[in-house]
Design a binder for this molecule. Structure first.
Ligand SMILES: Nc1ncnc2c1ncn2[C@@H]1O[C@H](COP(=O)(O)OP(=O)(O)OP(=O)(O)O)[C@@H](O)[C@H]1O
Ligand SMILES: [Mg+2]
Length: 290
């Protein structure tokens, strides 16, 4: 996979030292961040190799942020998300949610993946959403079903609540996976390219739906993509990562869908393209300053 619209990948970069001219740079954070990722290096140790997936990555996600991790294939986006999910321990650095160190998976961080087969095939739409709620052990079956119905309605699938996954389209399955994650009311929703396997039209529709849901509930989402269009449409903050091993190249603000199809949105997309494919960010690199 390549970052869309580009033919070449940049070579490894040094850590950024300055701000990107023209970027809306964050002022000192007013509120304490919800998610604090600080100097995180992530490695995979196999018998033969030691793979460094990310190198000293730092970023802060605030409540109700639609925070995007954008970068080319192999830069460690999924690895970062897994670490925030608590499935991987950093070799260096820290990850904390609401001031508490992340040491393992928990219901406060729910993940949605790219694959369509995240659902239990022997359970209906409603049962799939209710199942996770029941398993969490905080609700009775009846309470779980009521809550599940509420979230199934939020993703416009009430008509299909008794349908089994094999009878749903890819987009519908992804909506069930989103409903299931949202029903847990996590502190942060972790989405790993959830629309990447959809056709272009459905993908656009799903992006709009996600924003509509966000407008409704103002959830916090950490969203991984390699699509610049998707990043600009969905995100209010976009963190650009360098090619393998992933390092922070820059942080940019976006106004999301309001801006995506405007000249400003196009300019932002162009800037992201330039930044992502510069082989060295020493002169123009930058990060959010929080
Ligand atoms: N289980 C694993 N064992 C060893 N190396 C791994 C493992 N998973 C990922 N890697 C390596 O870590 C690096 C980062 O992988 P990761 O999947 O996080 O990239 P990504 O940015 O999500 O890429 P993509 O856009 O293709 O999904 C890659 O070099 C990859 O080969
Ligand atoms: Mg990935």
């Amino acid at each position: 996979m390549q970052v869309q619209g580009q033919a070449t990948a940049a070579s490894a970069v040094r850590l950024p030292s300055r701000l990107v001219p023209g970027c809306h740079v964050e002022a000192v954070a007013i509120a304490k961040p919800l998610l604090d990722v600080s100097g995180v290096t992530l490695q995979y140790k196999t018998k033969q190799h030691l793979v460094t997936a990310t190198y000293r990555v730092s970023f802060h996600v605030r409540k109700s942020d639609r925070y995007i991790l954008l970068g080319p294939s192999g830069c460690g986006k999924s690895t970062l998300l897994k670490a925030v999910g608590g499935f991987l321990t950093p070799t260096e650095g820290t990850i904390s949610l609401n001031g508490t160190s992340v040491t393992g998976p928990g219901p406060d961080r729910m993940m949605v993946f790219q694959e369509f087969d995240q659902l239990l095939p022997w359970k209906t739409v409603l049962q799939n959403v209710a199942f996770t709620l029941i398993k969490s052990g905080t609700l009775s079956a009846k309470q779980a079903e009521k809550k599940a119905a509420h979230y199934v309605e939020k993703v416009n699938l009430t008509k299909f609540k008794d349908t089994y996954p094999h009878m749903l389209s890819g987009g519908m399955k992804q909506r069930v996976a989103i409903a299931r994650a949202m029903a847990m009311e996590p502190q942060i929703l972790l989405m790993d390219e959830p629309f990447a396997a959809l056709d272009a039209l459905t993908r656009r529709k799903m992006q709009d739906e996600l924003l509509r849901l966000w407008d409704d509930t103002r959830f916090t989402v950490l969203f991984v993509t390699h699509s610049i269009q998707e990043a600009v449409t969905i995100g209010n903050r976009i963190l650009l990562l360098s090619p393998h091993p992933g390092q922070v190249k820059a942080g940019l603000n976006s106004r999301g869908i309001d801006e995506a199809d405007t000249v400003t949105g196009q300019k932002l997309s162009d800037k992201i393209s330039r930044l992502l494919f510069m082989s060295d960010v020493e002169d123009e690199g930058g990060t959010f300053h929080e």
